[in-house]
Each structure stands twice: as structure tokens, then as C-alpha cells.
Design a protein. Structure first.
Length: 229
């Protein structure tokens, strides 16, 4: 059974655990911080140790500013951390951030050559999701579903209701498939150029929908130009 650890490569080495880990999942901030450089190449040695090793990305409260002292699953609020420039522009899944930040992870997974994505929870504040889901310093962090109570939505049985953020995550990974298709046709440099024009670095993911749709269209044109209006 593979062992996943939410840590960066430096921490794994410092604790002499590099040979005991199969899946490393650093938070996005540690893969490429605002005051640092792209760290992806530092994971190549780890990947070479075992063919089953892989690198994932992890969006956490560090994408918007953590607030460990506030009670969880309470009414929405705006933490002071969110007003700090350090916490702006990162990919993440809180409700009141730009939609592009929820869609970005598929593109970033391609650009930073990662295998998967780790996320702490999707139902953290499920019982109170309709009215109260402030947690970890953000509204909706860790809660991507709503309870489908028949008394609220009709019908005869409870169902899980996906958030718009979950749909945006799906859209981002559909974009990832476009990137992978183009790369598989020996046109990876073109795919990377389109992706980097949209999201040049990890912490610049606040983009308009028109920017994203145009980038997606550019990918589609290169994959199947005859069927793109």
C-alpha cells in the first residue's frame, strides 16, 4: 500500500523519511512560493527512487490565509488574513474567491508535472452547509457538497448536491485532458505555452472566464481544428 505524506521534499529529507514515502503532496505555496522559485525539479530525485513514487499538489488554507483560532462551521466572515497580499492569487476552493482559482488546478497539475491532487475534505461543514461553513480561515474550505434535503429541494430522498466549485474543479481537469492529448501528439511545447500564458506561475490564477475559454479554444483548435467554430 503506498504511503502518502503531505510534506515538501525538504521536510522529507530533513526527517530522513524520503525512502519511506511513495506519494509526496506539498502545499501549492511550497511548490512555488511568491518569494521563491519553482521547486518542481527538486522532486526528480525522489521520483527516481521508486517507479511507484509520485508528486501531488495540495491546496490548503494557506491559499487564502488560515484562521486557526476561530470556531469552525460558523457563519461566513472575512478573516484579516485574506486581506494580506501573501494569500491572494493562489488556487483554492473557498466560496468567495475568483472562480478561476477553483478551475486552475488541472492546468497547474499539467504545468508542474504532478500525478494527483490531495484535498483535506469535501463535507467538513455538511450539516450546516446552507448557512454556515466558515472553516480554516475561508468560507467553504473543506466543504464542496451541500445536503440535498427533500424539504428544501423537493423529491423523496436525500441526495448530495455538488457545489459550483466542484463543477469548476471538474472543468479544470477536463482542460487537463486537452493539454495531455496535445502533449501526446508530440506538441507538448505548444500545450505548455498555452497553459503558461493563462497561469504563468502558481500564484497568478485570478483570471477572467473569457481568458480561460480562449485558452481552452486554442487547445481545441490544435487538437481538432475542423470541429471548432
Amino acid at each position: 500500500m503506498p504511503i502518502l505524506v503531505t510534506a515538501n521534499i525538504k521536510d522529507a529529507k530533513d526527517h530522513q523519511a524520503i525512502n519511506d514515502i511513495n506519494w509526496l503532496a506539498p502545499i501549492v505555496n511550497q511548490m512555488h512560493d511568491k518569494d521563491g522559485t519553482d521547486q518542481r525539479s527538486t522532486y526528480d530525485e525522489f521520483l527516481g527512487l521508486n517507479p511507484n513514487n509520485s508528486v501531488w499538489l495540495y491546496t490548503s488554507c494557506s491559499s487564502h490565509g488560515c484562521d486557526p483560532g476561530h470556531p469552525e462551521c460558523t457563519a461566513g466572515r472575512q478573516g484579516s488574513e485574506s486581506n494580506n497580499d501573501v494569500w491572494t492569487g493562489w488556487p483554492g476552493y473557498v466560496i468567495d474567491e475568483p472562480a478561476s482559482e477553483a478551475r486552475a488546478m488541472g492546468w497547474l497539475s499539467f504545468l508542474y508535472r504532478t500525478t494527483g491532487e490531495f484535498y483535506l475534505d469535501v463535507t467538513h461543514c455538511l450539516p450546516t452547509a446552507w448557512t454556515e461553513q466558515y472553516a480554516y480561515g475561508g468560507n467553504g474550505d473543506g466543504t464542496l457538497f451541500y445536503p440535498g434535503d427533500p424539504a428544501k429541494i423537493g423529491g423523496d430522498s436525500w441526495i448530495p448536491l455538488e457545489s459550483m466549485r466542484l463543477k469548476l474543479i471538474r472543468d479544470g481537469y477536463e482542460d487537463y485532458e486537452y493539454l495531455k492529448i496535445l502533449a501526446a501528439r508530440n506538441r507538448e511545447s505548444e500545450a505548455r505555452k498555452i497553459a503558461m500564458n493563462l497561469f504563468p506561475v502558481m500564484y497568478q490564477t485570478n483570471k477572467s472566464d473569457s481568458d480561460i475559454q480562449e485558452a481552452r479554444r486554442q487547445l481545441a483548435l490544435r487538437i481538432d481544428p475542423a470541429n471548432v467554430p
